[in-house]
Design a protein around this ligand. Structure first.
Ligand code: DGJ
Length: 513
């Protein structure tokens, strides 16, 4: 780390732009707090990091104040072209790709714990190509946080289309989007387990895969992040959690794992879990995507990630990410193989049949066609190597060119059902469902399961799972995500009963609660 050569960062009083100046005062009174223009900025050109370290008081004994917790605001305004930075507090990224144009004020506020009396604030341009991309910031505001007791809610009902925020038993907002709920009996104790995407940091940094458990489907206990993401390759040697899971891998293998778990570049969506009776392991599959060293595309990788653990509460060890089955088109139409490659996987789900055979259901061929592929006995891969697999036997292309995503498969009596959505990003669209006598089809299009006003947007939701709550008595629950595109962490969960009717029809009606 070196000091800026001959310059300090400062603020032009007339424009409030962050500029490079020869001298800077230490702090400017801006009313309720100060703008600091520290001469202590350090700049690591190699890593493109501009950093500040503040001595902060230890706040472990102050009445009404959250111990050792600080609210940090980092603000940007500058007179150059567009800039793009990541923000790190205490060495961990808390925001990626914060962009700000010329003369535009952008500020971000976070809460962080400081345990060593030194608060580290860094801004970094992870893709710096030249001096023009250098990271910059205008001011940092630091303050103590008032202590508030979390409100603990005990639920005795489930939110329907009202989509009320849902808190865990510690009073924290539940982070389990694109999820799945199933009943498991572990050591004689029967519980519901809910796995989903942690969007604490919005789209990115990727929060990993989160697990909750419940005895009544209403009140959920936090089981933690069960598949964690990584800040840097150094964690393979410096962090016991990653050292224990991946310490034995070769450098090349670690690099591959890092691409899938790199919280500042990866995408982990729609995680689903199965228990494997034979291996006694829990297996997670998820849509593994995101930027790679060769591509800035968020959805160009298009693979299935697979991870295993001895417990649903983790830690899960990532085995890898894979392309799956592909279509040997006799007409040679491989247009969908282009940028995403053959055997691509995006929105996905798992289904375990009563005989133990498990399937992965996923959008492929540029989201045009849904595939259903048989899994191997351990549920850790395909039943048959994708280059040997036979279409119609080992996998099927279920909804050819229907452009569907968000598949949720379930079985009622002797019929198999899939509810899915159209492909409109985070915006909702009408659902559809299909019925078959076997997971391998043929599947019959049954139209829209929703019946009431709001059905054009599936009551403002997108399918993620259907929970067989009490299959004997036909009690199944549709689980939908109400995505909040501008603030994904505040996406809501909307659950509605699935009503079974004559001729294999189902209905999802509009219930507020
Ligand atoms: C719709 C998918 O269903 C989501 O899981 C997510 O991938 C968004 N698209 C991204 O736009």
């Amino acid at each position: 780390m070196v000091k800026l050569p001959g310059y300090t960062w400062g603020c032009d009083e007339d424009t409030e732009n962050s500029i490079v100046v020869k001298k800077a005062s230490n702090a400017t009174d801006i009313g309720d707090s100060f703008i600091y223009m520290s001469t202590d900025a350090v700049y690591d050109k190699e890593k493109s990091i501009l950093g500040y370290t503040f001595d902060v008081p230890t706040l472990d004994n102050m009445e009404g104040i959250e111990p050792n917790t600080y609210e940090v605001t980092v603000a940007f305004k500058q007179d150059w072209g567009n800039k793009n930075v990541n923000i790190l507090l205490e060495g961990r990224t808390v925001a990626t790709d914060v962009s700000f144009g010329k003369n535009e004020w952008v500020s971000k506020t976070f809460t962080t714990q400081v345990t060593d009396g030194k608060l580290n604030v860094q801004v970094k341009n992870p893709r710096r190509k030249s001096q023009d991309d250098d990271p910059i910031l205008n001011y940092i505001k630091v303050r103590a946080v008032k202590h508030t007791e979390p409100e603990i809610i005990t639920y005795d009902s489930i939110s329907g289309v009202a989509g009320a925020p849902l808190y865990d038993t510690d009073g924290k907002l539940i982070q389990a989007h694109g999820g799945q709920i199933q009943k498991l009996t572990i050591d004689g104790v029967e519980k519901w387990y809910w796995i989903g995407e942690d969007k604490t940091y919005d789209y990115r940094p990727c929060g990993g895969i989160h697990m909750y458990s419940s005895t009544d489907l209403y009140n959920w206990t936090d089981e933690g992040v069960v598949l964690k993401t990584m800040e840097s390759m150094e964690e393979f040697t410096e962090d016991d959690y990653f050292k224990n899971l991946y310490g034995n891998l070769t450098q090349e293998e670690k690099e591959a794992v890092f691409i899938d778990l790199d919280r500042n570049n990866c995408v982990m969506e729609r995680p689903k879990m199965l228990y494997n009776e034979k291996t006694k392991k829990y297996v997670i599959w998820f849509h593994a995507d995101g930027r790679t060293p060769n591509s800035d595309s968020d959805y160009g990788k298009a693979k299935a990630g697979i991870a295993v653990s001895d417990s649903p509460a983790g830690p899960f060890q990532l085995l890898g990410s894979y392309k799956l089955n592909y279509h040997n088109d006799p007409d040679g139409d491989y247009s969908y193989d282009g940028w995403e490659g053959r055997g691509s996987v995006r929105d996905m789900n798992l289904f375990k049949d009563e005989d133990g055979t498990a399937y992965v259901i996923y959008s492929s061929e540029g989201n045009l066609t849904t595939y259903i592929s048989k899994l191997n006995e351990d549920y850790t891969g395909l039943a048959v190597d994708r280059d040997e697999a036979e279409e119609g036997v080992d996998f099927v292309r279920a909804f050819e060119k229907w452009s569907r995503e968000a598949p949720a498969m379930f079985k009622y009596k002797d019929k198999y059902y899939i509810i899915n959505s159209g492909c409109t990003g985070w915006s909702p669209n009408p659902a559809k469902y299909a019925v078959a006598d076997s997971p391998m089809g043929p599947w019959t299009d049954m139209g829209d399961p929703c019946t009431d006003s709001g059905k054009d947007t599936t009551y403002d939701t997108q399918s993620t799972c259907v929970i067989p709550v009490d299959p004997e008595n036909g009690l199944y629950v549709y689980m939908g995500d109400r995505w909040n595109a501008g603030d994904l962490r505040n996406s809501r969960y909307v659950w509605l009963p699935v009503e079974f009717q004559e001729e294999n029809k189902i209905a999802i009606r509009r219930y507020e609660n």
